[in-house]
Structure formats: structure tokens, C-alpha cells
Design a protein around this ligand. Sequence first.
Ligand code: FAD
Ligand code: NAD
Ligand code: ISD
Length: 428
Amino acid sequence: MASKVYKYLILGGGNAAGYAARALAARGLGKSEVAIVSKEAVAPYERPALSKAFLFADPPARLPGFHTCVGGGGDRQGPEWYAENGIDLILNEEIVAADLAAKKLSSKVGTEFGFDKLIIATGCSPIVLNKLQGADLKGIHYLRENADALELYEALQAHKGEEVLIVGGGYIGMEVGAAASIVGCKPKLVFPEEHVMPRLFFQEMGEKYEEFYMEKGVQLFNHGYLCDAFVGDENGNLTGIKVCKDDKKETLTGKLCIVGVGARPNVQLFRDQVEMEMGGIKVDGKFESSVKDVYAIGDIATFPLKMYDGKLTRMEHVAHARQSAAHVVDALFNSTTPDYDYLPYFYSRVFSLSWQFFGENAGEPILVGDMKPKMSAFWIKDGQVNGVFTEAPSTEDTEIMRAIALKRPSVDAAKLSTLTDPDEALKF
Ligand code: FAD
Ligand code: NAD
Ligand code: ISD
């Protein structure tokens, strides 16, 4: 018998959990009808801050400044907000076993939690290079949670003026690489692909960002460079990484290394109990899983993209964490809630740069303009604009891009590719 049975139990205390709590509180639930159980020590917060103002701003962003839901324009929900709203915020509590049929979760310290409805929001964990030689050396960092970011901040401060190794050329690699440079370290970015942000950018785009990084003094080791091993001294401290490219091997020196080679959904507890797809928990347009009364939101949800004919996807991005949280609560309280209709949206901020993307990056890519100060990119599929990107977008540009990605208008690709002004191109 579970020690406490909640009407709505949210597992995980990250971005999606904070927004789900907000939506549940807006329904005016009674005391202790809702709980969040999180292994983190702090109330839900806006995770994107950790690789940005947290690392380089002066003074750096710190909790309670960025608790949810400030990133989405809502109230800042510190621990007192949960108490005032009758929500049990159970922190430092890792769930290690789940029995969905018995509606029961068990924590590492032996506490049991029951539920009528379970909202799983366990997010992702970084992929760890633990098979590489030297993986246990001191000085190797991964970034996911507030506690990791605090350690990383201190490490960057301690290594100012020194070479810092960054493995991965995606979101973490680019954002932490920029932060490291801003605080006065000398970053070396190591990744195998042809260009940065290979998940989204095409070659010509990536090269513009690479030029900018190199102007800032960031060294790039890409086009086939793979991290082979970590090397250290007799005290167990990192002194560098071994990299190989083709048959050539070399050692890049550095006492601090940040690894950002992707993330994996935290769904291990539910294997063999619920239908999975694309590494996540498969849900319908209302975020209900194959098990009744069990819902999944945020990074771990594999959901149908209505605007792309129900194509299944998983989104590791904050806009979806926020919107899926609001949507699941809406659907729980309102049987006429329509299916989730998400427009894919990604963004990042590095150095003085800031970009946004809407839609799908499939199709023929066209780049308009130069990075300085602005550029736009379009992906054309079957004569229609399928995805649109702008570096340095204005508020108006954001709305234009959103409308383009939603409507997917027909376009003359040959004509678009002759344009040089991104403003003109966005209004084609
Ligand atoms: P999370 O926010 O990761 O929350 C999951 C929570 O579940 C955590 O509190 C975790 O500790 C807890 N948990 C997991 N397992 C258990 C367990 N067994 N028991 C108890 N608790 C558990 N996206 C953007 O769109 N833009 C950005 O600029 C951006 N920047 C980012 C920067 C960083 C450093 C990181 C790591 C991610 C960033 N993202 C960004 C991605 C975005 O933060 C995620 O998509 C979002 O946080 C997902 O929300 P979530 O609630 O699904 O997962
Ligand atoms: P990512 O998928 O964006 O990038 C991973 C990078 O690592 C890729 O460039 C890949 O080629 C490289 N890589 C893979 N294996 C490698 C290896 N052995 N050696 C060197 N490079 C290797 O993942 P991430 O940057 O680690 O981000 C982790 C999570 O955080 C993701 O969910 C991401 O969406 C999220 N995040 C998002 C933002 C944002 O949206 N602005 C910012 C930070 C983090
Ligand atoms: O979406 C975001 C983002 O990029 C951040 O830095 O949320 C955070 C907050 O804006 C921090 O307050």
C-alpha cells in the first residue's frame, strides 16, 4: 500500500513539471491532491538558463531568479508558491521503481507514492562517454541540472585564460563553447561532423557560425575528429583528450573538458510496461500513453505531429515542454480538448548572436544574407517552404516565420536564391 495516494502525481521536477503544476493550480485543486516528485534539490526551473546567463553573466543568473514559469512569461514559482497552492513539492527523492498497473512508484529511500493519474516528466540525461579510457578523471563535466551548472561555473572560473576542451558541436557544445570564451577561457570544440549544429544547420549556415566562433578565438576540430580517450596525470586529474582523425592521432591539452554529445530520455523505469517509440513513451494527441491514466510530457514523449500528418516525433526543447504540460492538463479536465497541434520551434543564443527556427529542416536549403548582422534560411520541399530560420530576428520576423512555417506557402526557389536581403526574403 502506497504511503500517500495523489489524484495527480507528476514524476520529475523540471521544465514540463513546473508548467504542469501551474496549469493544475489554475484549476483550483484541493490541498495535497497534486504532488511533484523530483530527484533534484530545487523547485522546477527554466533549464535553458543553465548554458547561458548562468555561466557567463555578471552577476550570473541563479535560482530563485529563473524558476518556472518566468521563461514563458508566467509567475516565478519558488517553493513557497507550491505551498501556497497546496501542491506537495517532494525534492531530493529519486524514484527507482514503477508499477504502472498497481499505480505505485517507489523511491530510493523506500517511500511509496500512489496515484489516480500519473504525469511522467522525467526529461533526458546526457549521453556519457563512460566507455572511453580515462572517463573517471577529475575535470570532465556534463551539463543537465542546476547542480552540474554550479560545478561547471566554478570550473570555468578556475580555468580562465586556459585551454578548455569541449566535445560535441551541437547545442551544449556551441552554447558552453561561447560561455567559456566569454569568461576568458580558450575553448577547443571537437566533433566529427562537417559543421556545427549538424542536427539543424546545413554546411553554408554552419560555416557562418564557425567563422564567428573562430573570430572569437574558439578553435574548431571537426571534419572527422573523434574523441578517443581522456588522458590524466598520476593524481587522477585530466590533462587532455586523445583525438583521432582518419589514421592520425593527437592529444589536445586541457585540464577541463565539457562533453555534450546528446541526451537520452529517462524512461528506463517504464520499459516493458508501456508502449515506447523513438526512445520515448508513445502518447496520443492528449499525451496519454498506452496505459490508462498514465501520461508523458516534455522530452520523453513521442507524440504525433498533427501538422505533418501525425508523423511521430520527440522534441527535446523547452517550448514543447511548456506547451505539452499545458495541453495535458487541459485534456485531463476537458474531454473536448483537441489533439496537440505543435509547430516545431528551436532557438539558441551564443555570444551576441541569437537565432530561431520554425518547421522542418527537410528539403532544398537556401541561405539569404550574411551573418553580419542578419541572415535567413529556408528549406524548400515540393515547391513549398518547409522550414525557416533567422539569425537576429526582430519580434515581427518571429511572427512572419511562425506564419510561414504554419502555412508552408509555395515559393519560386530559383528566385528566392537570388535574394541577398533577409528582410526581403522573409516577405517573399
Ligand atoms: P527536464 O527539464 O530535464 O526535467 C526532468 C526532471 O525529472 C528533472 O528534474 C530530473 O531530475 C527529474 N527526474 C528524472 N528521473 C527522475 C526519477 N527517477 N525520479 C525523480 N526525478 C527524476 N531547449 C530550448 O528549447 N532552448 C534552449 O535554449 C535550451 N537550453 C538548454 C540548456 C541546457 C543546459 C539543457 C540541459 C537543455 C536545454 N534545452 C533547451 C532543452 C530543455 O531544457 C528541455 O527540452 C526541457 O528541460 C525538457 O523539460 P522536461 O520537463 O521534459 O525535462
Ligand atoms: P546535440 O544532439 O545537440 O549535439 C550532440 C553533438 O555531439 C553533435 O554535434 C554530435 O555530432 C556530437 N557528437 C556525438 N558523439 C560524439 C563524439 N563521440 N565525439 C564528439 N562529438 C560527438 O546534443 P547536446 O548538445 O549534448 O544537447 C543535449 C540536450 O540539451 C539536447 O536535448 C538538446 O536539445 C538540449 N539543449 C538544447 C539547447 C537549445 O535548444 N538551445 C541548448 C542546450 C541544450
Ligand atoms: O527559455 C528560456 C531561456 O532561453 C532562458 O534563459 O528560459 C530561460 C529564462 O528566460 C531565464 O530567466
